[in-house]
Design a protein around this ligand. Sequence first.
Ligand code: FES
Ligand code: FES
Length: 152
Amino acid sequence: MRLNVTVNGEAMSADDVWEGESLLYVLRERLGLPGAKNACEQGECGSCTVYLDGTPVCACLVAAGQAQGRVVRTVEGLAPGGELHPIQQAFLQAGAVQCGFCTPGLIVAVHDLLERHPDPADADIREALAGNLCRCTGYEHILAAVKLAAGR
Ligand code: FES
Ligand code: FES
């Protein structure tokens, strides 16, 4: 199939797409957007989180055919021109990035959280990020980064 999708405000298309392949594969391997990471490919870790029509989803669980004609926003779309988003700056400043594999998914999830709750309580943050696993940081620095970003 030919897949037509709007990604980060730009109309994009890819040919010879199998409709059962994942949106994550399409983004990374066909459209040259490696921001969303493939860590589990089973919907367990959140490292592949992107917006689909404004809702955060695990891109590894969305079939390419389901994305036809829809609007995707990836972590690259939060930092147009390569300038870091304030949430990304906060993650760096708070030391919330170690290997960085979970970070793009967390950035999208935190972006969504702060859109809904500009001043989230700890419980809000923990609930919002429950689907994003980090094997390195122990989460305390991530919590601090979210508070730092919210404060700005
Ligand atoms: S790679 Fe999609 S949830 Fe882990
Ligand atoms: S920084 Fe390594 S998994 Fe989160």
